[in-house]
Design a protein around this ligand. Structure first.
Ligand code: FAD
Ligand code: PYC
Length: 417
């Protein structure tokens, strides 16, 4: 592992920081790899890292059509929590939370994980009952979650308006103290550097255009904008474009792709100590270490591959934010953007082998996969290395949409979609 000693930092400061090695190499693609991962987001890069570090697979390529973290990894609002409803989800998201705890040490890269607490607001009697039931279910599963009165919620987050005459009065909140945020692109860069140090080839500007199968149906490699690359194992980790890629191998996925938007304000001094989400009014907010308010919306109502998204969606979100936090009414928004999220019918991911031998898929995270990045990458690497799922991701199959063994997390997804 690379070391950044005080002596190296001092030496480089004296010579214009010209002597640092590249964070990751950018080699020409080889003709053949043991594993090809399609998608250079956090999940894809993390998968390559754990394949190399835990399973001893070193002849790996990560193929990314754009730049590392340029997909949803670098576009999300970085909320991390594990308060999902079902046992299967508790296993997956708790595993991720455990790995977040020392990811910076594992990668020797500061991913700025900050467990500042995620508070989910309840605005009506139905919300209150649903949230309290959810908290009980979480606690039975060893998932930390607790109920706060409106006054306790305000004490935890002073800018919150708890006036009971508001259009959406705050009637209480569920607080997960271990939830929080991390720096999204540092996660991609940390995994990329760790994987590259272990010999993984990271190839940007390399779009996969086709997936080749042999006469026995098994995967033989991928056609790319940089030529054919052979591999008997291919992992598709392409978020909003997963169904497009899987179609290249002849597999029709139970996925719909939607734009999801977020925006940031001008930076201000620290004023917002935690993360607050309101599922009812489709808004969530935190403050970055740079001082910007980071705000997100619900998905557009129509499937699309255009990340622009509808203006009315973010203006609705800002209406709600101003109502819940009147002190922000005069804040200026600096920029907004969108990403394409891949949504399954039960709002849980697919992390699995596929009917095509040698083809694996990690997708369907919809609006909520950032939080799962380390856990998902770890168990997906296990699945590829062993050609069999880890016990944690065993329930997250493609077949569940045929058998009906769904993991319905629509209510826990937190972002309306
Ligand atoms: P990505 O980071 O999208 O990586 C996939 C990569 O595949 C992309 O870089 C893409 O360029 C590449 N690719 C696609 N097609 C090809 C091809 N043909 N060839 C080669 N490469 C290809 N989740 C949370 O947990 N908390 C949040 O607060 C949160 N907020 C969000 C806010 C927004 C606005 C958005 C859009 C998403 C949010 N999410 C959140 C969801 C989260 O961002 C994603 O679930 C997660 O980042 C997915 O990571 P990934 O590595 O699978 O995908
Ligand atoms: O899944 O927690 C989440 C989330 C928050 C914002 C977008 N997704």
């Amino acid at each position: 592992m690379r070391k950044y000693s005080i002596f190296a930092v001092a030496r480089e400061a004296m010579r214009g920081h010209k002597g640092w090695p590249k964070q990751w190499t950018s080699p020409e693609p080889k003709k053949q790899y043991d594993v090809v991962i399609i998608g250079g987001g956090g999940h894809g890069l993390g998968t390559a890292y754990y394949l190399a570090s835990k399973h001893g697979v070193r002849n790996i390529a990560v193929l990314e059509k754009g730049w590392l973290g340029g997909g949803n990894t670098g576009r999300n609002t970085t909320i991390i929590r594990s308060n999902y409803l079902y046992d299967e989800s508790a296993g997956l998201y708790n595993h991720a939370i455990k790995l977040w705890g020392d990811l910076s040490q594992e990668l020797n890269y500061n991913v700025m994980y900050s467990a500042r607490g995620v508070m989910m607001l309840a605005h009506n009697v139905h919300d209150v009952q649903g949230a309290q039931r959810h908290i009980h279910a979480n606690r039975l599963n060893g998932v930390q979650n607790e109920w706060l009165t409106p006054e306790q919620a305000k004490a935890y987050c002073p800018p919150l308006n708890i006036s009971q005459t508001a259009r959406y009065p705050v009637m209480g909140a569920a607080l997960q103290r271990v939830g929080g945020v991390a720096r999204h692109d540092a996660v991609a860069w940390g995994y990329a550097r760790g994987a590259s140090d272990l010999g993984v080839d990271i190839i940007q500007n390399c779009e996969v255009m086709g997936i080749k199968r042999g006469s026995n149906g098994a995967v033989e490699g991928v056609e790319t904008t940089r030529g054919f690359i052979g591999s008997k194992k291919v992992g598709v980790v392409a978020a909003g474009h997963s169904s497009v890629l899987m179609q290249m191998a002849g597999v029709r996925m139970p996925l719909e792709s939607y734009p999801l938007q977020a925006l940031v304000s001008e930076p201000v001094k620290p004023v917002f100590p935690c993360v607050v989400m309101s599922n009812t009014v489709h808004a969530y907010i935190s403050q970055s270490d740079k001082g910007e308010l980071v705000i997100g919306a619900g998905t557009d109502q129509y499937t699309s591959y255009s990340p622009t998204g509808g203006l009315h969606i973010i203006s609705h979100t800002l209406d709600a934010i101003c109502e819940m936090f009147p002190i922000f009414t005069r804040m200026k928004m600096l920029r907004s953007w969108g990403g394409i999220v891949d949504v399954t019918p039960d709002r849980s991911p697919i992390l699995a082998k596929t009917p095509v031998p040698g083809l694996y898929v990690n997708c369907g995270w919809g609006t909520g996969g950032f939080k799962a990045t380390p856990g998902s990458a770890d168990v997906f690497a296990h699945t590829i290395a062993n050609d069999a799922p880890h016990s944690i991701n065993a329930p997250f199959t493609l077949e569940r949409f045929r058998t009906g063994r769904l993991i319905d997390e629509a209510a826990a997804a937190a972002v309306a979609h």
